[in-house]
Write a protein that binds this ligand. Structure first.
Ligand code: NAD
Ligand code: UFG
Length: 341
């Protein structure tokens, strides 16, 4: 079975490509490398001793897509390609809507033309918005996301629903990720943010490796046990395996009456301070920090109800916070400058 993985050179995509290859899938990666390096694909090939068909191209470019679908027989698409910086999306919303929404519509249109009907979409817990109480469960209505980035995820989920109603052959899954962290245990592939990291763990790791002086903890006056925000951190390898479980399930379904939605999370929340402590304990590296004001748009707490993925996909996260910290550190300390060294 041939799987087209858009954004497959990125953080979650590269780990998923590795798992797909290990399961015997043939993988074609389409990535414009706007936030990644082809080195990630080379390392995946080394780790798996298998080859990937890599195409440098853009989902916003209809001709690039047409070339891919004309040249390759594609059975299923896993669509990671997106811009994901929440803060930047508030400053440049049109860039995000163009890349994430128009890019997805181009892709779906090209799939329809070439009668490719299996689709797995990278959605986010942010689609639950701030109205829904946590833990988030898939039966809750879509909320109002706190950023234009989140809105793009919500819009694409809705586009998938409409496309599903109009085409009986179309089978789609929206996977709502919680907070992926960690790296492959080899330390060969991991998260390589460009510039100043937006997310907690890459920042913590860069402080520990000496690239940044200290972490800023955004707020310790939230209504949580230690005052810092709670998130559902899950190991990127668990998340990658979740995609394989989703694909294995999707291909067994003859039709889907509606888009299948699954939370991919652990079902527990961990505070920012507990992450810092766990990192220090597991790595022996101090993480100096200072507490500052809250970051706009941050919710005090959310985590997943992860039962549906367990019952239906037979998937559940199995790696603990300690493994997440150890693997983050192995990647960061082996590759202080990411893939560019
Ligand atoms: P990433 O930036 O590492 O990967 C995204 C990849 O897509 C990159 O390789 C980038 O070069 C590529 N890309 C972007 N726009 C493209 C385009 N127009 N055409 C072709 N390639 C393009 O990000 P990630 O953390 O691996 O995230 C993957 C997906 O998961 C994204 O859709 C993201 O929104 C979603 N997601 C991520 C998180 C998270 O915390 N990392 C949480 C929820 C959802
Ligand atoms: N944090 C800090 N200091 C930092 C970075 C983060 O204290 O330097 C805190 C944040 O305030 C938050 C927690 O660490 O409490 C986690 O922050 P991240 O940025 O790592 O993750 P978020 O939960 O904010 O972001 C995630 C996903 C997005 C999604 C967003 C909104 O990365 O894709 O949730 O739900 F859009």
């Amino acid at each position: 079975m041939n799987v087209l993985v858009t954004g497959g050179a990125g953080y979650i995509g590269s780990h998923t490509v590795l798992c797909l290859l290990n399961e015997g899938y043939h993988v074609i990666v389409l990535d414009n490398l706007c936030n990644s390096s082809v080195e990630a694909i080379k390392r995946v090939e080394q780790l798996t001793q298998q080859s990937v068909t890599f195409i440098e191209g853009d989902v916003c470019n209809k001709q690039h897509l047409e070339n891919v679908f004309t040249k390759h027989k594609v059975d299923c698409v896993i669509h990671f390609a997106a811009l994901k910086a929440v803060g930047e999306s508030a400053l440049q919303p049109l860039k995000y809507h163009h890349n994430n929404v128009s890019g997805s519509i181009n892709l779906l249109s090209c799939m329809a033309k070439h009668q490719v009907n299996q689709f797995i979409f990278s959605s986010s817990a942010t689609v639950y918005g701030e109205q829904n109480p946590y833990p988030y469960i898939e039966t809750m209505p879509l909320g109002t996301p706190s950023s234009p980035y989140g809105t793009t995820k919500m819009i694409v989920e809705r586009v998938l629903e409409d496309n599903n109603k109009a085409n009986v052959d179309f089978k789609a899954i929206s996977l709502r990720y919680f907070n992926p962290i960690g790296a492959h245990p080899s330390g060969e592939i991991g998260e390589d943010p460009s510039g100043i990291p937006n997310n907690l763990l890459p920042f913590v790791a860069q402080v520990a490796v000496g690239k940044r002086e200290k972490l800023t903890v955004f707020g310790d006056d939230y209504p949580t046990p230690d005052g810092t925000c709670l998130r559902d951190y899950l190991h990127v390898m668990d998340l990658a395996e979740g995609h394989v479980a989703a694909l294995n399930w999707l291909k067994q379904q003859t039709t889907l009456d509606e888009v299948a939605v699954f939370n991919l999370g652990t079902g527990t929340g961990t505070s920012v301070l507990n992450i810092i402590r766990a990192f220090e304990t597991e790595t022996g590296k101090p993480v100096p920090y200072e507490v500052a004001n809250r970051r706009e748009g941050d919710l005090p707490a959310f985590w997943a109800n992860a039962d549906k993925a367990k019952q239906v996909l037979k998937w559940q996260a199995k790696r603990d916070i300690n493994a997440m910290m150890q693997d983050t550190w192995r990647w960061q300390s082996n590759n202080p400058d990411g893939y560019s060294k």
